[in-house]
Ligand binder design. Structure first.
Ligand SMILES: [Zn+2]
Length: 186
């Protein structure tokens, strides 16, 4: 597992589209003082096209500490993650390390577009979509702007919400909804 680090040591992070997250700030939940990345300790990792952040923030003004769990997309929109920041942090720090990730300052430049005379890069096989998905009206929370249905019925079988999945790792028997919500049979 990766050790916890100050977030200012983990930034900047560059997305594949060239956008960079250089700073991350958040108001103190108690006194409203604006905290910076140096006041936060935890994990900030690029997961596909999202920067996932799980950290503990400590306000230098009032001394309050609070958890932060959120995801920044490649247009720098920040979304809250509904699972507790400590659980999200454990998950992030346990993700396998990607090349170049540990040292963001020396991360390689985005790859140039392939020339027209080069063979096309094979695309990963498309995920098989289930035909018939029915969503529960009952919600267990939200992930960013996505409501999380408590359960879904997939081809006649009811599956309950299991977790938010950012790494696209879905076990057999699990169903991935909207690319990030995992459901499985009770
Ligand atoms: Zn404060």
């Amino acid at each position: 597992m990766l050790p916890k680090r100050k977030l200012d040591e983990l930034l900047p992070v560059r997305f594949r589209n060239g956008e960079q997250v250089k700073q991350f700030s958040k108001p103190c939940v108690r006194c409203g003082n604006m905290l910076q990345a140096r006041d936060m300790e935890g994990a900030a990792r690029l997961v596909e096209d999202h920067l996932a952040i799980a950290a503990t923030a400590r306000c230098p003004k009032c001394g309050d500490t609070f958890g932060i769990a959120c995801v920044v997309d490649n247009t720098k929109r920040v979304r809250r993650v509904i699972i507790p920041s400590w659980a999200f942090g454990l998950y992030l720090r346990n993700l396998p390390t990607q090349a170049g990730e540990l040292n963001p300052a020396s991360a390689p430049e985005p790859r140039p577009q392939a020339g027209a005379d080069e063979a096309p890069v094979p695309q990963p096989a498309a995920r098989i979509e289930h035909r018939n998905v029915q969503r529960a009206e009952e919600l267990v929370g939200r992930y960013g702007d996505k409501p999380i249905p408590a359960w879904v019925v997939v081809d006649g079988a009811q599956l309950n919400f299991e977790r938010v999945e950012l790494g696209d790792r879905v076990a057999p028997g699990e169903f991935l909804l909207d690319g990030c919500l995992v459901y499985r049979a009770a």
